[in-house]
Design a protein around this ligand. Sequence first.
Ligand code: GLN
Length: 284
Amino acid sequence: MSGAAPISVEAALDRARARLAGRGESPALDAEVLLAHVLGRSRAWLRAFGERELGAAEAARFEALVARRAAGEPVAHLTGRREFWSLELEVTPATLIPRPDTELLVEAALARLPDTPGLRLADLGTGSGAVALALAAERPGWRLLATDRSAAALAVARRNAGRLGLANVAFRAGDWCAALGGEPFDAILSNPPYIPAADPHLDQGDLVHEPRAALTPGPGGLEAIERIARESRAHLRPGGWLLIEHGYDQGESAVAVLEAAGYTAVEDLRDAAGNPRVVCGRQP
Ligand code: GLN
């Protein structure tokens, strides 16, 4: 793409799609999201006004973003935004980019806990705040505590809560259950790191640009889940729930970990792709 000749929305998207082909899983979508971001329009607008011409500055900004995407940067880092549940979240390289799979964790909590004012839930390793903020938005009467050991991540999560006007979420720095204090919770949720440290995917694609501490807990992959399962018992009221996301091939192990920690009624839920994804256990 050279800045000289005027180019239409449609032609700019065509060129970007060709340039991004084979880069990531959704080159056409990536091109649309980046152009919509540059123009301050929706993707639907791009489709309706494909013959409009881009201004020279817009074309140059789009070209620069497509070049960065082609070099491997995640789209969410280029736009600084990612949608999760119904919320538009700020994301930076300090946090994991929220995944659609993790919406199952939100659904699992909504399905298991009553819409009772004053219920207390904790989201451990909140990152951008995605899980805590989705629940806070769905259940204004619940009180959420979002924790992370990364101060930079907590700052992003706090800004998201502020921008979304969600006042029923508090934030605290700390490692897993260390930040929880003495009062018991009705549920503890987490999307912890669970990719084994030697997994080659960590050195490929978009994962390279995300915080390694949010992706891998150590050689086995289950270290964070084991620790949360052990430590969380002391922080849940009787009948309270522990809900943890895990890897597609960790369903049986995650169930065994929760059972070994003393949780009852342990079951594993499948995500939209049909993979085991969220383990649920109940405090006796
Ligand atoms: N589901 C993410 C991935 O496979 C990993 C997120 C995590 O470790 N919590 O890219």
